[in-house]
Write a protein that binds this ligand. Sequence first.
Ligand code: TYD
Ligand code: MG
Length: 454
Amino acid sequence: MAKAKIAYVCSDCGGEFPRWQGQCTECGAWNTISEFRVAPKQAAAASKYEGYAGQVENKVQTLSSIDLQALPRFSSGYKELDRVLGGGIVPGSAILIGGSPGAGKSTLLLQTMCYLAEHMTTLYVTGEESLQQVAMRAHRLGLPTNKLNVLAETNVETICTHAVNLKPSIIVVDSIQVMHVLDVASAPGSVSQVREGAAYLTRFAKQNNVAVVLVGHVTKDGSLAGPKVLEHCIDASVMLDGDEDGRYRTLRGTKNRFGAVNELGVFAMTDKGLKEVSNPSAIFLNRAEGDSSGSSVTVLWEGTRPLLVEIQALVDASQMGNPRRIAVGLDQNRLAMLLAVLHRHGGLMLGDQDVFVNVVGGVKVTETSVDLALLLAMVSSFRDHPLDRELVVFGEVGLAGEIRPVPSGQERLREAAKHGFKKAIVPKSNMPKEPIAGMKVIGISRLSEALEHL
Ligand code: TYD
Ligand code: MG
């Protein structure tokens, strides 16, 4: 028997090393490297399923001769999910849905699969829940259950054998952490098993032209073999985020070989499962009556659509030696940087103040266009001076106190006008060429100008 090859793999970044070491030199994480047994006879196992109807044959050809129509997509039945996946599910692709436990991954996939089962052959494999649990949930959610094929199984080879007989167009595997491959000796959930299992299913997807959706749990400390190690082999990876007690869940792509990754899908968790939110601005902007200081509204650009969100700040005299800076939904380092800019170029000293900032609705903001709104919210809270309720602001703030333009300025302004905002402070270069009906737009190029306008 061939000797199994041993590699050492980091569970955070997937970096591979010839020997064990305490710190991963790729990502700098400590104690994340563990032994990984490369399964023997991989190639043999993968080509086991010859003769499957959808089998793709590989040959050398020129790039231009490839038929572009050959990337058909099918809708998942949820516009928000399709949007994040770049327009729908591509047959033969491997998709990873990550998220913390309780985010609603199983619920979302069960709803999707029940819908898809109406038009195509599907296979829902559950390794975590029993079939009774799945059936009860589907029944409670009032889903059509008579066409969905379900299987309780944790062995990857067995799943593929069933799939060969059934020939489904889409397979859901919930979750990859409990799956195991016979050839790999280590326990389910270990880096070796997760990676080999995912690689096996991805190969199966490619060779048989069936879409495979893998569910992956992300642990808070990332100690368990997290989906990070999988990101190399899969085609698309989406994250379902949201507080377990919060009502809204956001779906965001982190990798997509078939589309852009900056799209955001929004769902609401109700007692009847996950419901799509088609106009997210309306919910994130659900503001309290009356003027209050420390609140500003900005327009984010999420992939192909604008999203209005409220930024809140609380600046309060610190009772402690070193004041706290806490950011929820925003980057902590960006906050520290903006405070420094505010001191240097706005002349406001917040060194003895606690600063808390929050994006309402649990949205995670990764864009820099939020800078100006965040600064104004902090200034508003510090001076206890409410901003105009009908004011919307966006713009990136540079280290020299300059206000930099952001992409899609016009569209952002139009969206804000649609939601009834009458005044906007934007970077000078983002001034619209034609006036926007019902909206007064002020273009600024320095932070000091923004502070003057308040
Ligand atoms: P679940 O899909 O099991 O999460 P995951 O597979 O990501 O671990 O969903 C878990 C949570 O969703 C659970 O805590 C309860 C909540 N939930 C509802 O609020 N309403 C519902 O209709 C369902 C099915 C779940
Ligand atoms: Mg689950």
